[in-house]
Unconditional design. Structure first.
Length: 120
């Protein structure tokens, strides 16, 4: 799960950075505010890469997805990008857990299988 979720978060890191560049063009938003919010969100993406498998990591990822969708208020394309990344986040969590379960079953089978001597 960690690999899939981290890949999604790294993609979001770049999307948030690009959205910050677009938001800078809005005359109603100050540059410092845009980069403070974008910087915090980008840092959260990087921190979540290491926290995905810890308790609360997936929940924080969902909070980030909601915030990404909500950022569409300032950059309208982010409504679409937020939904796309929320779908990717769901898929990463869902299929990542399935992969982890399959790996655990395979490891358990490998440990319980009797070892046979090598034929010479």
């Amino acid at each position: 799960m960690r690999t899939l979720c981290s890949s999604t978060l790294i993609g979001e890191f770049f999307i948030i950075g690009f959205a910050g560049l677009v938001a800078m063009k809005d005359p109603d938003l100050s540059t410092s505010t845009v980069w403070l919010v974008s910087g915090v969100a980008m840092a959260l993406c990087l921190l979540l890469c290491g926290m995905v498998t810890r308790p609360g990591g997936v929940v924080l990822g969902w909070v980030l997805q909601v915030a990404l969708i909500a950022s569409g208020v300032f950059v309208p394309i982010m409504y679409f990008m937020g939904v796309v990344f929320a779908a990717l986040w769901w898929a990463s969590v869902h299929f990542g857990r399935k992969v982890d379960e399959a790996r655990a079953r395979f490891a358990a089978q490998a440990e319980s299988a009797p070892s046979t001597p090598d034929a010479v």
